[in-house]
Design a protein around this ligand. Structure first.
Ligand SMILES: Nc1ncnc2c1ncn2[C@@H]1O[C@H](COP(=O)(O)OP(=O)(O)O)[C@@H](O)[C@H]1O
Ligand SMILES: [Mg+2]
Length: 268
């Protein structure tokens, strides 16, 4: 079967000279749930942004659903981007609009210019948006302003908007970094169940090692723009963790080893 995503020797230099991705290659199959881990600055966000060409790459090829992303222009690029949903650390909602209107934004890529501009969504789309909100436990907030919601609820709207787009691939850049532990668990549970149910491949950038270990079918470890690990969570041993983070598993725990209050394993 054709992979949904393929990185073939991808490199990225920023104009300031930073070499953020160095010959990165990997493939993603339908329905995989992959965590990308690595210390701050290791290239996780750059890797995600290269996928739908939010940033241009300098070498290699990104293949999305069998098409080279860099070769696409105009309508073809828009159609390719529709296949990729995104979830952000800061939710990126339009706070002056209702929760349902934010969810419906997931359909914009499918609508003609004027219909999109005037928000003329079909009844079918509206019903699907409401069904998604119900599935996410937010139906009672459909007509509230998005600004009324808590952080965890805002991120659930982010998930609804992304799923509304009917993507084949979902990209999540630090989706729980702004949330308390309980909301973070809800969001990770929902990301996993909603994508697995629909056979959507999901790539999640995480700095919490324990969360990556718990949820992923596969983990990619980045260090200084290079993949230093690509395998199943149970294959990630202490030596590999040290290679990824440049420090031991114990030092990744807040407060150090043996502290009862040590929460998720964060890294600097
Ligand atoms: N827009 C940019 N311009 C210049 N350098 C950047 C830019 N974005 C990221 N970088 C640099 O690229 C490297 C990788 O950054 P990033 O992909 O954000 O890593 P991560 O998400 O793992 O923290 C870092 O050294 C960072 O400073
Ligand atoms: Mg980042």
């Amino acid at each position: 079967m054709e992979p949904i995503l393929r990185f073939d020797n991808v490199s990225k230099h920023y104009p300031n000279g930073v070499h953020a991705l160095k010959g990165v290659s990997f493939e993603v199959a339908e329905g995989e749930f992959i965590s990308v881990i690595g210390p701050s600055g290791s290239g996780k966000s750059t890797l995600l942004r290269a996928i739908n060409r939010l940033i241009p790459i300098n070498g290699g090829t990104v293949w999305l659903d069998g098409q080279a992303v860099s070769a696409q222009r105009g309508t073809a690029l828009r159609q390719l981007r529709r296949k990729v949903g995104m979830i952000f650390q800061n939710y990126n909602l339009v706070y002056s609009l209702s929760v349902l209107q934010n969810v419906l934004h997931g359909r914009l890529g499918y609508m003609g210019g004027l219909k999109g501009v005037f928000g003329l969504y079909s009844e079918e789309d509206k019903q699907e948006g409401l069904d998604l909100l119900k599935e996410l436990g937010l139906e009672e907030f459909a007509y509230n302003r998005a600004s009324d919601l808590s952080g965890g609820q805002k991120q659930r709207v982010g998930i609804a908007r992304a799923i509304m787009q009917q993507p084949k691939l979902l990209l999540c850049d630090e989706p729980i970094a702004s949330l308390d532990p309980s909301s973070a668990k809800t969001i990770m549970d929902l990301l996993k169940s909603m994508t697995q149910k629909r056979n959507i491949a999901c790539i999640v950038n995480l700095h919490q090692l324990d969360v990556a270990l718990k949820y992923s079918t596969r983990i990619i470890g980045l260090s200084k723009g290079e993949i230093v690990f690509d395998g199943r969570p149970e294959e990630l041993d202490d030596a590999t963790i040290e290679r990824i983070y440049g420090t031991s598993r114990e030092n990744l725990m807040i407060g150090g080893h043996g502290n009862d209050q040590a929460d998720p394993a964060h890294c600097a």
